[in-house]
Design a protein around this ligand. Structure first.
Ligand SMILES: Nc1ncnc2c1ncn2[C@@H]1O[C@H](COP(=O)(O)OP(=O)(O)OP(=O)(O)O)[C@@H](O)[C@H]1O
Ligand SMILES: [Mg+2]
Length: 357
């Protein structure tokens, strides 16, 4: 059974519609990540689930019960925000127990729940400190602790790690994955970070302009995007997009690439109509020294990261192509290379951006 369901959910501020009909099923215990460009409606959707924002139309149900008009405190949801203001004059223990005290939970039970959350988050030795005596990561854990003590059915996180430095983010990312394993609670998590989305999610929801573009497991979205937007959004560095024209070759469909010296490659997409303009998508790591298709390129710039190299290359003054390689140490800018790839790895999109198969 799906625990949380959104049906045709819409949200308008006056005449400005920001959520334009979202349908979504989230199962019990699932870790769901919302991604999408700034302003696409991720926080609004999260806040509507929490009950902090009214739902203009459509239904939100949790365990089959309609929640649209249920008070936020009665939805079994706890939310952790990007800016997690802790009360500076209270200790960690008091910060974590505050909401329970406010709700009139008996003292002994507060003690027990705070102790349990502190255990999970390894905050035990810090319970009597004030927030200013904590590191950024410890403060973030207290903020998560405040949510845990409420024993919610669903956790909502809105970019909880974006205020932390890079090293701490990695550390907290692993802590959150561990927390999810331990508690097995449903989590809905908003992030701009590709790695967080790919590593934490059971299911990623890609949004754009108030609509859901695609829902799927991280690797499904990576390997099998439904359209050009999802293909370009998931993955860093981004998928390369090459303009092409569909032709009938000797062995079936092929695509000619006018900006790459009219190189041709066979394609499997039966939906691609001869004469039509398409976009070919190839991921940076799909280029290499083998593969039956190839592009003649000149290297413009190199980024050596140690383990791998990103080469930025182009044909003449055409579009820049990003190539990821493990053996790029010998390359220099100005080098001519033949970037080989297997045509089967190339995705095909029509002029409207829909995937052709
Ligand atoms: N109270 C409001 N009144 C009017 N418009 C609003 C209000 N709150 C949000 N919006 C608009 O709704 C749209 C979605 O905002 P939202 O905060 O959900 O985006 P987001 O996807 O979370 O973006 P970000 O990644 O930048 O946090 C934006 O265009 C925003 O300007
Ligand atoms: Mg937001």
């Amino acid at each position: 059974m799906s625990e949380l369901q959104l049906k045709h959910v819409r949200k308008s501020y006056g005449t400005f519609e920001v959520i334009k009909g979202v349908d979504l099923d989230i199962k019990t215990g699932e870790f769901v990540v919302f991604v999408g460009p700034s302003g696409c409606g991720k926080s609004t959707l999260l806040r509507m689930i929490a009950g902090l924002e009214e739902i203009t139309s459509g239904d939100l149900t949790i365990d089959g019960e309609r929640m649209n008009d249920v008070d936020p405190s009665k939805r079994g949801i706890a939310m952790v925000f990007q800016s997690y203001a802790l009360y500076p004059h209270m200790t960690v223990r008091e910060n974590m127990g505050f909401a329970l005290r406010f709700a009139g939970v008996p003292k002994a039970e507060i003690e027990q729940r705070v102790g349990e959350a502190a255990n999970i988050l390894e905050l035990g030795p810090l319970l009597d400190r004030k927030p200013k005596q904590l590191s950024g990561g410890q403060r973030q854990r207290v903020a998560i602790g405040r949510a845990i003590v409420r024993h919610p059915k669903i956790f909502l996180f809105d970019e909880p790690l974006s205020n932390l430095d890079a090293e701490l983010r990695v550390h907290m990312r692993i802590e959150i994955a561990r927390l999810h394993k331990k508690l097995a609670t449903t989590i809905i998590y908003v992030t701009h970070d590709q790695v967080e989305a790919m590593t934490l999610a059971d299911k990623i929801v890609v949004m754009r302009g108030g609509v859901v573009e695609q829902v799927g497991s991280p690797l499904d979205l990576y390997d099998d995007p439904a359209n050009l937007f999802v293909a370009g959004f998931i993955g860093s560095p981004k998928m390369n997009f090459l303009k092409g024209v569909v032709e009938t070759g000797t062995d079936g469909r092929q695509v000619r690439l006018p900006e790459f010296g009219n190189a041709t490659l066979p394609i499997a997409a039966k939906e691609a109509a001869p004469g039509s303009t398409v976009t070919i998508g190839i991921r940076p790591e799909h280029f290499g020294e083998t593969g039956s298709a190839s592009l003649d390129l000149t290297i413009d710039m190199l980024e050596h990261l140690g383990g791998e190299t990103f080469a930025y290359a182009r044909h003449g003054d055409g579009e820049m192509i990003i190539i990821e390689t493990k053996n790029g140490r010998g390359l220099k800018s100005g080098d001519s290379i033949a970037a080989h790839f297997d045509p089967a790895a190339a995705l095909v999109f029509d002029a409207g951006g829909q995937r052709l198969r």
